[in-house]
Design a binder for this molecule. Structure first.
Ligand code: ADP
Ligand code: MG
Length: 327
């Protein structure tokens, strides 16, 4: 038997990535030429985000290919969600150690399913040999000026978070453990298949004074939003929306620390002026992910966590790529 020939670059592209993109009238020229051509409808601003995802840094070796495909797009769509944008198009720069057709099939399935779900067209990319990793660029649109920045929080605003922070990091820690059960499986899924809060982000753009997505951990990201806005906050650890699965697997105490420092949540953290809090309550009715109010923004700089009136201390183990204190 002759060993199977490795796929060429062109074969990889046609076999795994050049599927017909969702039919979009704003896509004039997709995969196959030197560049893609798109047309932004009149009356919109273009929103662009890029995030790179590498094996061994953002996901452990052995992560299922389908999850890698999903994740690398999801983390980018999450950035568009945090701006309040509607996603349109994506490009994918992919580095592979080898042209493994099975791996590529899983990866393309994960990427494609999420792209189709949000009608995002993959319009181009690049395929090279290298350590396993990918850089995805996404484009979205907002009505003129209707994007939400991090810097708009003001004293008196309520500070909120969607979903269940802490689940994803617990799921990541559980990946290489032999534990079983439905709670463990649910947590692993939250790490492997994060759901970008795109629908929520677009609605929140109507009421939020500031917003970002939680990728590095709630404590760290809340600190970024508050610092960018030049304000501070006293937040209540008791209001953290810990999931039943996280409580069951990690317990309340550890669950709280995971929720504060874990990262990989891709939930939305946002502030809402008091005059809009009733409208917010109406907007979030019926959301599957839930929304929790953690406290109120104050003019006093800094972020303080409290539990039952006392200061809540914890070791900040947030992952940082370059700063001291890398874990
Ligand atoms: P060039 O040498 O002109 O850059 P390539 O052979 O790299 O062309 O790419 C051919 C076409 O395939 C281009 O339209 C490019 O955008 C697209 N493409 C390459 N790799 C990918 C990928 N991983 N995902 C999506 N499109 C890709
Ligand atoms: Mg190229």
């Amino acid at each position: 038997m002759t060993p199977r020939r490795e796929l060429t670059e062109a074969e990889i592209i046609t076999r795994f990535f050049a599927h017909p993109a969702p039919r979009r009238r704003d896509l004039l020229l997709g995969i196959g030429d030197d560049a893609a051509v798109t047309r932004l409808a009149a009356g919109y601003d273009l929103v662009t985000a890029v995030d790179a995802v590498f094996e061994g840094v953002h996901f452990p070796r052995g992560t299922p290919a389908q999850a890698v495909g999903h994740r690398c797009l999801a983390v980018n769509l999450s950035d568009l969600a945090a701006m309040g944008a509607e996603p349109l198009w994506a490009t994918l720069a992919l580095a592979l150690p080898a042209a493994d057709a099975r791996w590529l099939g899983g990866f393309a399935r994960g990427f494609g399913a999420l792209a189709d779900a949000w009608r995002v067209a993959l319009i181009g990319g690049d395929t090279v040999r290298g350590p396993l990793g990918m850089s995805v660029t996404v484009h979205g649109r907002v009505r003129p000026g209707r994007f939400v920045q991090r810097c708009g929080a003001r004293p008196g605003d309520g500070l909120y978070v969607t979903g269940n922070p802490g689940d994803a990091v617990a799921g990541r820690l559980l990946l290489d453990q032999p534990r079983r059960g439905s709670a463990v499986a649910a947590l692993r899924r939250r790490f492997l298949y994060p759901e970008p809060r795109l629908r929520e982000g677009r609605l929140l753009a109507r009421v939020a004074s500031a917003m970002l997505d939680v990728s590095d951990g709630l404590h760290d990201d809340a600190g970024k939003l508050l610092a960018a806005s030049g304000v501070g906050a006293d937040l209540d650890v008791g209001q953290l929306p810990l999931s039943t699965a996280l409580r069951a697997v990690a317990g309340e105490e550890r669950g709280r620390v995971l929720a504060l420092t874990g990262g990989d949540d891709y939930e939305l953290l946002f502030t809402v002026p008091a005059r809009h809090e009733r409208l917010l309550a109406r907007l979030v009715r019926g959301w599957s992910c839930g929304v929790a109010r953690l406290g109120t923004v104050s003019g006093r700089q800094g972020l303080r966590w409290r539990l039952d009136g006392r200061r809540f201390g914890f070791a900040d183990r947030t992952y940082r790529h370059f700063a001291a204190g890398r874990r």
